[in-house]
Design a protein around this ligand. Structure first.
Ligand SMILES: Cc1ncc(COP(=O)(O)O)c(C=O)c1O
Length: 447
C-alpha cells in the first residue's frame, strides 16, 4: 500500500511546494500545532486501529460498493487540505468553487447537457434529497414513486419532505414493472417517478425508455437516481436495453450520480443536476454573513448544504483532468472491465450446480444463491459461504432478495412474497477482471 503511494507522495510534495510559492508574498510565520510532539504516536495508533477493516483496496475485496479513490484524487484532496477551502461561498473557496463548476459541467456533458443547474453534494442521499425537494416544490402534495428495489432513502427522504411515497413492484430482474407503474399513474396523484439506473442490490436498470413514453401520457417529473450506475453511460459493453436507458438519461428532469462510487473519489462527493437551470429559483435565499466578495455565483446560493469540502471538488477536477469522461478512454475502459468481470463470474458460478444464479448482471454486480431444499437452508448456506470465503481472504457481501429473482423451481417452499439471503459481489475495480478466476475458485472452495 505504502509502496503504491510512494510515487504519488513525491508528486504531492512537489505540488505542495508549487502551491506554497503561490503565497510566497506573505510574511514568514510559525504555525502553532497543538500536540505536535505526539503526532507520530497518534498517527501510528490510528494506522493500527484502521487495520480492523476489510481490505477494500485489494481485488479479493469483492463485497460492497467500495472503490479505492484514484491516487491523484487522494493527492489532490491532500493538496487542497493545506487551504481547506469551503465551497459554500467564493469567500471560502474561490478556486475550488470554480473547479467544482468546471468538474460538474463535465459530468453534465457526459449526460448530454450543456445547459443545466448542478453542484456537488456530500453524497447520493443528499443529492436525491435536493432532487425530491425541488420535485415537491414543482408538484406540491403529489406522490413520489420509486421501484421496490430503489435505494431505501427515497421513502425516508419523501417522509422528511412530507411528500407521499409509494413503491412500485419490480419484474423478476429487479426493474420497475411498467404495468404496475401505469396503473399507479392512472390514479393521477403522482408527481415524480424515480427511475434507478443501477439499483444498489443487483445493479438493475429501470426501463427509462418506457418510463419516458408514459410521461407523454401522464404528466410527471422523471428523476434518475444514477448514484451508482451513472458513469456506465460511458461503457460500450452493456446490453442494448440498458445502453438505451443510459443514452436516454438526458431526457430526465434531474439526475443524481455519485463520484464517490464509480468516479474514483474519496467519500463526500455526490452530484445533483437539473435539466432546467431556472430551478435555481427554489434555492433563493440570503446569507447575511457570506456572498460578499464577488457578485459571481456562490455555490451556496444553489445548494441546500452550507459548508461543503472544497477539497472534494479539487480531487474530482484533478481526476477528470487526468481521466476525461469520454467513451473509449482509460476511465470508461475500467468500467467495462468491471462489467466483463461480472459476466465472467456469473458464467463461472452458473456452471456450478451447487449454486443458483440470479438475473444476468446489467452492470458489474453479481448475485447468486446456494442450492438447498428450502429457502431457510439456502439462506443459512449463503451465510456460511460468506463466512468461509472471508476466512480464506475473499470478501463478498450478502443480500436479502425476492426469491422470484431466481428460477421458479429453485426451492420447494417459494411463495410470491418469499425472500432469500444470497451472495452478492460488486466488482468495481478493473483489477477484478484478472482476479475473477481466483475469486470464483475461492467461492467454490467456501461451500
Ligand atoms: C442507487 C443509489 N442511490 C442512492 C444511494 C445513496 O448514496 P450515498 O450512500 O452516497 O448517500 C446509493 C448508495 O448505495 C445507491 O446505490
Amino acid at each position: 500500500m505504502a509502496q503504491d503511494l510512494a510515487h504519488t507522495t513525491d508528486l504531492l510534495v512537489e505540488a505542495l511546494d508549487r502551491l506554497e510559492r503561490e503565497f510566497a508574498g506573505l510574511p514568514s510565520w510559525t504555525p502553532q500545532i497543538p500536540g505536535e510532539p505526539q503526532m507520530a504516536a497518534a498517527l501510528a495508533e490510528a494506522a493500527r486501529r484502521l487495520g480492523d477493516n476489510y481490505p477494500y483496496f485489494h481485488p479479493l475485496y469483492a463485497g460492497q460498493m467500495l472503490k479505492p479513490p484514484h491516487p491523484v484524487a487522494r493527492a489532490a484532496y491532500a493538496l487542497a487540505m493545506s487551504l481547506n477551502p469551503n465551497n459554500h461561498a467564493l469567500d471560502g473557496g474561490r478556486a475550488s468553487s470554480r473547479m467544482e463548476i468546471e468538474a460538474v459541467r463535465e459530468i453534465a456533458a457526459m449526460f448530454g447537457w450543456s445547459e443545466f443547474l448542478g453542484h456537488l453534494t456530500s453524497g447520493g442521499t443528499f443529492a436525491n434529497l435536493e432532487a425530491l425537494w425541488i420535485a415537491g416544490q414543482m408538484a406540491p402534495g403529489k406522490k413520489v414513486v420509486a421501484s421496490e428495489q430503489a435505494h431505501y432513502t427515497h421513502s425516508r427522504i419523501s417522509s422528511v419532505l412530507k411528500l407521499p411515497f409509494a413503491s412500485i413492484p419490480t419484474d423478476n430482474r429487479g426493474r420497475m414493472d411498467l404495468a404496475a407503474l401505469e396503473s399507479a399513474l392512472a390514479a393521477g396523484d403522482i408527481g415524480t417517478v424515480v427511475a434507478t439506473l443501477g439499483t444498489t442490490a443487483i445493479g438493475a436498470v429501470d426501463p427509462l425508455n418506457q418510463i419516458l413514453a408514459l410521461r407523454k401520457k401522464y404528466s410527471f417529473r422523471v428523476h434518475v437516481d444514477a448514484a451508482y450506475g451513472g458513469y456506465f453511460r460511458l461503457a460500450s459493453n452493456l446490453d442494448p436495453e440498458s445502453q438505451r436507458a443510459f443514452e436516454l438519461i438526458s431526457e430526465a428532469d434531474s439526475i443524481v450520480v455519485d463520484p464517490h462510487k464509480h468516479g474514483l473519489q474519496p467519500y463526500g462527493c455526490g452530484c445533483i443536476l437539473f435539466r432546467d437551470p431556472s430551478m435555481g429559483r427554489w434555492y433563493k435565499h440570503d446569507s447575511p454573513y457570506t456572498y460578499f466578495t464577488s457578485s459571481d455565483l456562490h455555490l451556496g446560493e444553489i445548494s441546500l448544504e452550507c459548508s461543503r469540502a472544497g477539497a472534494s471538488a479539487v480531487a474530482l477536477w484533478t481526476t477528470q483532468r487526468l481521466l476525461p469522461l469520454i467513451r473509449g478512454g482509460e476511465f470508461s475502459n475500467g468500467l467495462e472491465q468491471g462489467r466483463e468481470a461480472a459476466l465472467r463470474l456469473y458464467n463461472l458460478i452458473a456452471s456450478d450446480p451447487r449454486f443458483i444464479v440470479g438475473p444476468t448482471p446489467e452492470l458489474d454486480i453479481v448475485v447468486w444463491a446456494v442450492r438447498a431444499a428450502t429457502l431457510a437452508e439456502s439462506s443459512q448456506r449463503a451465510q456460511r459461504v460468506f463466512d468461509r470465503a472471508a476466512d480464506q481472504g475473499l470478501h463478498l457481501a450478502l443480500a436479502h432478495l425476492p426469491a422470484r429473482f431466481f428460477p421458479r423451481a429453485a426451492w420447494s417452499d417459494v411463495t410470491t412474497e418469499s425472500t432469500v439471503t444470497c451472495l452478492r459481489s460488486v466488482l468495481m475495480k478493473p483489477e477484478h477482471l484478472t482476479w475473477i478466476d481466483e475469486i470464483a475458485r475461492r467461492v467454490q472452495q467456501a461451500l
